[in-house]
Design a binder for this molecule. Structure first.
Ligand code: F0G
Length: 466
């Protein structure tokens, strides 16, 4: 049976505008990679052929969204565009209060500053880089309460993003009501390979939070993808519309922090939405300091319009089904050629298991950083490290040592075709065939915060093959 069949799912759109891309010769790519300090974040977009660095803000907008841009009401205060966004958020997510922000980390900042008192704990299902940074900036301490299987690239559990209820309960026992600022559930879990949380698990977390008088928040950057995977994998939800599952998830929590640059098909934007009036008032007030007035939050009126349309598009079942099918297609092509990837395949990206791809490297050789660099050199495809470099250092300056060393191939929405994905899979499979010759990297420069964005590296001398 072909790996395409029976899931062959042609793009539910046709192309109305194109953007040229070009593949530089390998010798030039080698030079550009060295100039970028072997960090794919420091490459120029013009030097990249297929850009799978992130699915964040890299989406193609629909004709309806481009049309809506023209309707932007650029009033400083009380713009009609804000009202349209508020209606979309109420209809789709079900929250009465909305504070727009320039992107997801703006919402994380408002939430952390509003709800964390210095020294308090925040529980979550695996860290995300900017989320943990804002928790720590507000004086909080992040505690990971994800299920153990999330740390195992080989485990095939359908909901590897789930919260381990016993670990959460044990943390609550230790901190007491006053020691815990809130529980933040990421759905799906980006750093674990895009793994979803089940509706059943979220219900249980919500029940535990209610019983302990703890506040519960969702990181909703890719909530539609999570809801779609629930509709496919959770027995009690088979065939339920994604829109309905998403509403039910939101109904279980007090607030949601959203990077709209993912699900909602826009290039910029985010928001904090809540049913808690106290949080709303505090965040709305902080918004004026950090983002802009609470009816634009650092965005232009036209951005609010495109987002309002995108929020209504994102829950349509054929859009989300095609998006996840594209990611699955790339993952299956890679796996069929023997490239080690994280299973099950996530909703926004394929994650390559860099430790298994480069077994001759130790974690100190920065295997995922190195693999992302060598993928660019070999193919012109840009990917992202999600391993020890992204994990950063603890307060004492020691490296966090995540159990997963991953390279993420994230698919922008509605941007690339199946032929592009075939090229990516073929190029990486060929690189895998000569993996024994690939060296590790070491740091040449390391900035103090979120180091993965701006660090520079140099290749390690090749070690003798084992
Ligand atoms: N939460 C999650 C789960 C994310 O993946 C991101 C961003 C954010 C919050 C922050 O949102 O970028 O709009 O400020 N993830 C991007 C990525 C950067 O490539 O995965 P932001």
């Amino acid at each position: 049976m072909s790996i395409l069949s029976p899931q062959l799912m042609p793009e539910p759109y046709r192309i109305k505008m194109i953007e040229p891309i070009r593949l530089l010769p390998e010798a030039v790519r080698r030079q550009r990679l060295a100039e970028a300090g072997y960090n794919t974040f420091l490459l120029r977009s013009a030097d990249v052929y297929i850009d799978l660095l992130t699915d964040s803000g890299t989406n193609a907008m629909s004709d309806a969204q481009w049309g809506a841009l023209m309707m932007g009401d650029e009033a400083y205060a009380g713009s009609r565009s804000f009202e349209r966004l508020q209606e979309a958020v109420r209809d789709v997510y079900g929250f009465p209060y909305l504070v727009p922000t320039h992107q997801g980390r703006g919402a994380e900042n408002l939430l952390s500053k509003s709800w964390i008192k210095p020294g308090q704990a925040v529980a979550g299902n695996m860290y995300f880089t900017t989320t943990r940074a804002h928790i720590e900036l507000a004086g909080g301490v992040f505690h990971d309460v994800i299920v153990e299987e999330a740390h195992d690239a080989g485990s095939n559990l359908p909901f590897k993003g789930n919260v381990d209820l016993r670990r959460l309960e044990a943390l609550m026992d230790r901190t007491g009501r006053e020691g815990l600022a809130y529980v933040a559930v990421g759905a799906p879990v980006n750093m674990a390979g895009g793994q979803p949380v089940s509706l059943d698990n979220l219900r249980q977390v919500a029940a535990l939070c209610r019983a302990r008088d703890a506040r519960l928040v969702l990181d909703g950057a890719r909530l539609v993808e999570n809801a779609y995977m629930i509709s496919r994998r959770e027995a009690s939800c088979q065939g339920r519309p994604v829109a309905e599952i998403l509403r039910e998830m939101c109904a279980l929590v007090d607030a949601i922090a959203v990077s709209a640059k993912k699900d909602a098909y826009v290039n910029i934007g985010g928001f904090l939405a809540t049913r808690d009036k106290g949080l709303y008032e505090e965040a709305m007030n902080l918004c004026v300091l950090y983002e802009g007035l609470h009816t634009y939050g650092g965005l232009a009126g036209r951005d609010l319009e495109a987002l309002a349309v995108g929020i209504r598009e994102m829950i349509q079942d054929d859009w989300i089904a095609h998006r996840v099918a594209q990611v699955e297609y790339l993952g299956r092509r890679l796996a069929a050629r023997g490239v080690p990837i994280v299973h099950p395949i996530g909703g926004h990206a394929v994650f390559i298991d860099a430790s298994a791809f480069l077994p001759h490297l130790s974690q100190d050789d920065l295997p995922a950083q190195a693999l992302a660099a060598w993928i660019y050199q070999a193919t012109g495809v840009r990917a992202m490290e999600r391993g020890i470099v992204s994990a950063g250092r603890d307060e004492a300056g020691r490296n966090h040592r995540p159990s997963l060393e991953l390279v993420r191939l994230a698919l922008p929405r509605r941007v690339y075709t199946q032929t592009h994905l075939d090229y990516v899979a073929d190029g990486i499979a060929r690189l895998h065939e000569r993996r024994a010759q690939l060296p590790g990297l070491r740091f040449a420069y390391e900035p103090p915060r979120l180091r993965f964005f701006q660090s520079r590296f140099v290749p390690e001398p090749i070690k003798a093959a084992a």
